[in-house]
Write a protein that binds this ligand. Structure first.
Ligand code: MG
Length: 249
């Protein structure tokens, strides 16, 4: 399968989808509090996505029952919002996807609930830094492996492991397009990046090892060793100069 490059008009639509995602994430960030059920975050996100003119990408995707993913503590990704009550000290990964004018935006953040441990805080800061390092390594005529390697180097040099069994992805009319974007790899390898490619880059970092397991709900992915995990994601477009973040508010 080929990597689909987008025209400037298509990227303009993706910018709008991305803006919806960014605004919803900022709303969720301000609403996370101890004592709330994770389902309440899904209700807020559903309402906001609709109010901004979008549709939730995740709802019904392979049967996923909610508009967003909410993954707490040792949950890495794909957590189903529900009756779990957030406690002070938890860390919560929020993954939001929205469709606008036929195009997708996809982004994620991890936030703390009230006062969190220094270890959790550093994990969150480092995961966001790994995403920035990956984006900074994305250049036209560079290689996808440059992005993967930058993420891995940033994370591992600070003592964290990168999840290997889940990846970023190309994105456009479909939520998941070519290529697969690993969060580990070798510089100078993989597909050549071209202007107009649109990519969802999403490092997942663990305090412990990188192995994962899937919960009995068949969705929620957890760290195999029970260690904390954080997740940050942006949808970007490759431009003449580097990368434009499409999921910025
Ligand atoms: Mg994604």
């Amino acid at each position: 399968m080929a990597i689909i490059t987008k025209s400037s008009r298509e990227i303009a639509a993706m910018r709008q989808a991305g803006r919806i995602v960014a605004l919803v994430l900022e709303t969720l960030r301000t609403r996370v509090r101890q004592g709330m059920k994770t389902r309440e975050l899904d209700v807020i996100a559903s309402r906001e996505i609709a109010r901004l003119g979008g549709k939730p990408s995740f709802k019904g995707y392979r049967g996923f029952p909610a508009s967003i993913c909410v993954s707490v503590n040792d949950e890495i990704v794909h957590g189903i919002p529900g009756d779990r009550v957030l406690r002070e000290g938890d860390i919560v990964s929020l993954d939001v996807g929205a469709i606008f004018a036929g195009f997708q935006g996809d982004a994620a953040i991890t936030v703390g609930v009230g006062k969190i441990s220094p270890q959790a805080s550093d994990l969150i800061k480092t995961t966001e830094g790994a995403l920035k390092a990956g984006i900074a390594a994305a250049h036209p005529e560079g290689r996808l492996g440059d992005v993967s390697a930058a993420i891995q180097r940033y994370a591992e040099s600070r003592g964290y492991s990168v999840v290997r069994e889940y990846t970023g992805h190309g994105i456009g009319r479909d939520m998941h397009e070519e290529p697969t974007i690993f969060n580990f790899g070798e510089p100078g390898t993989g597909p050549v990046l071209k202007k107009g490619m649109t990519l969802a880059i999403e490092p997942m970092l663990n305090i412990g090892g990188w192995l994962t397991r899937v919960a009995a709900d068949n969705w929620t992915v957890l760290t195999a060793d029970g260690s904390l995990s954080a997740h940050f994601e942006h949808t970007i477009a490759i431009t003449d100069n580097g990368a434009e973040v499409l999921t910025a508010a």
